[in-house]
Design a protein around this ligand. Structure first.
Ligand SMILES: [Ca+2]
Ligand SMILES: [Ca+2]
Length: 233
């Protein structure tokens, strides 16, 4: 505008509204002329600056709840990185690195953290749990096999030790044995079965061979027992 108050814009480098580029400075120029034909111009710089105040958005892997057999104290679990959404470049870190290993007896919470160039932070977490099952029966150890020598093909009283059992659960319950020590066993080969159970109801057993036999003619001593000299097997 000039002293005549009748100046007008004759042209401009940009018109309103104008889409200015982000992060750059653009010079806008206006040309004008008054009623006397005097021309003039002016310019201004337009700079569009961006502000990022939005936290990164993260999508974590799904929670892990894996069923495993009783035994291991830790287990390896592979998993993918979280998905990060942000308009700026972000850096991603995590509290744990796959595949672990991760402890079986407790819950592990894995947290991913993303930070954008403006320092805005976002995070997400997922958990790793193990559902422990015991499907394995106790390990049962039978006492040494027993051979009882008799003079004829008659039953014999046989004694033997008890079986022992172990289980990873730490609990073994005696269930049964098919014959008792000190009982009478028939001539020939018998089997005593010992059965134990763990706290999850799984059974384990062992079979104890009991042999009642006699020397055949020619057998002279217990130490001399052989398949050929000993009858009853
Ligand atoms: Ca951001
Ligand atoms: Ca078991």
């Amino acid at each position: 505008m000039d002293a005549s108050n009748t100046a007008m814009i004759t042209s401009s480098s940009h018109t309103s509204p104008w889409m200015f580029p982000v992060g750059e400075t653009t010079t806008v120029t206006f040309d004008g002329r008054d009623e006397s034909g005097n021309e003039g111009s002016c310019s201004l710089n337009v700079t569009v600056n961006t502000v990022d105040s939005t936290n990164p958005f993260l999508v974590c892997p799904a929670d892990v709840n894996m069923t495993i057999e009783l035994g291991p104290t830790e287990y390896e679990i592979p998993f993918l990185d979280a998905i990060v959404v942000d308009l700026a470049i972000t850096t991603l870190s995590s509290s744990h690195t796959p595949p672990g290993p991760f402890p079986v007896g407790s819950t592990t919470v894995v947290t991913f953290t993303a930070i954008d160039e403006s320092g805005n932070q976002g995070n997400c977490s997922f958990s790793i749990d193990f559902n422990i099952v015991d499907t394995t029966g106790p390990t049962v150890t039978c006492p040494p096999s027993v051979t009882e020598i008799v003079e004829s093909t008659q039953p014999a009283v046989v004694t033997f030790d008890n079986a022992t059992a172990t289980d990873l659960s730490g609990v073994v319950i005696f269930v049964s044995q098919s014959a008792q020590s000190g009982g009478v066993f028939p001539f020939g080969l018998s089997t005593v079965t010992f059965t134990f159970q763990d706290s999850s109801g799984n059974n384990g057993s062992c079979d104890l061979p009991i042999t009642v036999g006699e020397y055949s003619e020619g057998g002279s001593s217990r130490a001399g027992i052989s398949p050929k000299a000993f009858r009853g097997c």
